[in-house]
Write a protein that binds this ligand. Structure first.
Ligand code: AMP
Length: 252
């Protein structure tokens, strides 16, 4: 099966033309992934994208691409990067504008997986409006759950390819060769916001800003709660089992 987890389409340019892959998915899934930093959302998003032939839309990846880019940064981009460095959430207006620039992805016939957006109630309301404007409904909002101690352990060992942005873990998902990406041979690095001082702030931010979304999407009848304990493949199989039982489009 062709891998379409090349995140560049959303990261590089808002209007980047999307490469169309064959075959068409059996049905397009339109999903949001929630879960504290470190639960393995990014890994699950990669696996789901390959299986469902869907694009992975990650606001965190867009910010990291902006940080790594040689282009002159706008004032809003510089402001956003300062928040990220401290482990804090970027202000809603900046994130919402950035997603709006990329809203063509919401009408893609391959569906989409949003990872890291929305993260606050105002962002969820903005997403609802954006989807309403193009008459698209979410199929499900998946929340991955893990105890805090396990999260801290996972984050401290996480490494990311600075080229293609594939995630690894020094213990649970090591690369074949130390410090080198299996996919593209790029160098593996620790994310700036995975340092212990940023991790504590991020977990607090998650509890305060993002947990209310769980209630919001539960009320909307879209929430799918999944334990992220165990290896990535078993979490993925659980997720697919639940997705396959979903009726087509249940609400937005
Ligand atoms: P992530 O890769 O999703 O963990 O995102 C990395 C960092 O980017 C977060 O800790 C935030 O500082 C920032 N960020 C990403 N997405 C959002 C969002 N939807 N709202 C606010 N900040 C965000």
């Amino acid at each position: 099966m062709t891998s379409i987890s090349n995140k560049a389409a959303w990261v590089d340019e808002p209007q980047q033309p999307c490469v169309k892959y064959m075959p068409f998915p059996k049905r397009p899934y339109r999903l949001v992934l929630l879960g504290a930093p470190g639960v393995g959302k990014g890994t699950q998003a990669d696996l789901l994208c390959q299986e469902l032939l869907t694009c992975h839309l990650s606001t965190g990846e867009v910010f990291r691409a902006i940080k790594d880019s040689d282009r002159e940064k706008t004032a809003a981009q510089k402001e956003a990067l300062a928040y990220i460095k401290r482990g804090e959430l970027v202000p809603d207006e900046i994130v919402i504008d950035m997603v709006r620039e990329r809203s063509d992805c919401f009408v893609c016939e391959y569906g989409f997986i949003l990872d890291g957006f929305p993260r606050t109630l105002p962002q969820a309301a903005a997403l609802r409006t954006m989807l309403g404007e193009v008459d698209v409904a979410l199929d499900a909002v998946i929340t991955y759950e893990l105890p805090k101690e396990v999260i801290v352990d996972r984050l401290s060992g996480r490494r990311m390819c600075s080229n293609c942005r594939t995630n690894y873990h020094i213990e649970y998902k090591p690369p074949l060769q130390d410090g080198v990406c299996d996919r593209c041979a790029g160098p593996l690095v620790q994310r700036e916001d995975d340092r212990p001082e940023s991790v504590v702030v991020r977990l607090e931010e998650y509890q305060e800003s993002t947990e209310p979304l769980i209630q919001y999407y539960r009320k909307a009848g879209l929430l799918m709660q999944i334990s992220a304990m165990g290896d990535p493949q078993s979490v993925f199989r659980k997720t697919m089992g639940m997705l396959e039982r979903l009726p087509s489009v249940v609400g937005s």
